[in-house]
Design a protein around this ligand. Structure first.
Ligand SMILES: [Zn+2]
Ligand SMILES: [Zn+2]
Length: 380
């Protein structure tokens, strides 16, 4: 099924069912996955010990079936964000079958289909955690791969055959969503859902900049929330495709100056999914109405260059947003279940993750790459 493009429409009559034979826990606590051993090197198979820190009453072990390939995984293994731990098994859009569930975890049972996202855990004590914004925990970000744990172990992500997580940060997936289509919801989905929900986009004009892994989900969400959505993209030939996602129109950004002039002060909200910081932010901002909101979710290295008057003279706001808390993530999964929203994905075997990375780097993924683990190729 390498390179197969799948538009999975969730159908109420096709529901995920727990497998008759639930896979067993990881043998000897070992997983096998695709790892990067040295910064910027290709992925190679690796067998490694799962973190023993996550084997208590509050934890879940899953047999991973699918994992989305997020641009952040690639930034991390390229060392774009500084210090990292090696070897690294990335993947923070993890979907699998629960094979071990701690007794304090009440919302998941063995055999359930579960998912874990980028945040491994948080302090649960600080103001942000208590305000249901644990992604901004005062104690810092704990990624689900490459994080050193208090007992000296490390977290490993969904490019590995098993994943251990904190129950409170593990979610049951609605039965009417496919595993491959649900995986990208855990990062790309919540990253775009939450700021659109917080911007209260119903009845507003929303522009989505960059229609890739994040952007295509942003279009689906904003349309389902009742916004009038315009795609801003350098692809001039994808109008029909954008409309199929729920957009009502598109703007060709290949001549950005012209596009900016023709669409000046037009949008209430603009969500930018492009991770490059070499774009001219001022030309994009000029398309926002007075008091409009520019939401930045594309996260790459570099600096955003914005002339202060671009913000000041129209009272525009610039906001950032990072994934979501467990509660916000569950709200998003429920929204997806109700509105039949999944990621549009291309699935490749996990052994071919280097091909998936190449497609993400070349922006040729349609729209999100997902890796599938051996034995789960035919799973819903
Ligand atoms: Zn991500
Ligand atoms: Zn906290």
């Amino acid at each position: 099924m390498s390179g197969e493009s799948v538009e999975k429409k969730p159908k109420s009559e096709i529901l995920w069912k727990s497998p008759e034979v639930v896979p067993g826990p990881a043998k000897d606590g070992l997983a096998v996955g695709m790892a990067v051993h040295v910064e910027k090197e290709p992925f190679k198979p690796w067998t490694y010990p799962l973190p023993t820190y996550f084997t208590g009453d509050d934890h879940v072990e899953m047999k991973v079936t699918h994992c989305g390939v997020c641009h952040s995984d690639i930034h991390t293994v390229n060392g774009d964000w500084g210090a990292a731990t090696w070897p690294m098994v990335p993947g923070h859009e993890v979907v699998g079958i629960a094979v071990k569930v701690g007794k304090n975890v009440k919302h998941v049972k063995v055999g359930d289909r579960v998912a874990a996202g980028p945040q491994s855990f948080s302090c649960q004590e600080c103001g942000e955690c208590k305000a249901d914004y644990s992604q901004y925990c005062d104690e810092g970000w704990k990624e689900c791969f490459g994080t050193k744990l208090p007992d000296g172990g490390f977290t490993f992500g969904g490019y590995g055959s098993y994943h251990r997580s904190v129950g409170a940060f593990t979610h049951k997936i609605p039965d009417n969503l496919s595993s491959a289509g649900a995986a990208p919801l855990l990062c790309a989905g919540i990253t775009t859902y939450l700021p659109l929900r917080n911007a209260d986009v119903k009845g507003k004009k929303v522009a989505v900049v960059g229609v890739g892994g994040l952007g295509h989900l942003a279009v689906k969400f904003a349309a389902a929330m009742g916004a009038e959505v315009t795609c801003i993209s350098r692809s001039s030939d994808k109008e029909a495709l954008f409309k199929s996602l729920g957009a009502s129109g598109s703007i060709n950004a290949s001549d950005l100056k012209k596009a900016s002039e023709e669409n000046a002060i037009k949008f209430d909200v603009m969500l930018n999914t492009i991770s490059s910081t070499s774009i001219d932010f001022n030309l994009y901002l000029a398309m926002l109405k007075a008091r409009g909101t520019f939401i930045q979710v594309g996260a790459g290295p570099g600096k955003m260059q914005i002339a202060p008057p671009t913000m000041i003279m129209k009272g525009r706001s610039l906001v950032g947003s990072l994934v979501g808390s467990p509660q916000q993530t569950r709200e998003m999964l429920d929204f997806c279940s109700t509105h039949g929203i999944e990621a549009t994905v291309e699935v490749v075997p996990v052994a071919e993750v280097n091909t998936a990375v190449e497609k993400v780097n070349n922006s040729t993924a349609h729209f999100r790459m997902v890796v599938v683990h051996p034995g789960h190729e035919n799973d819903l």
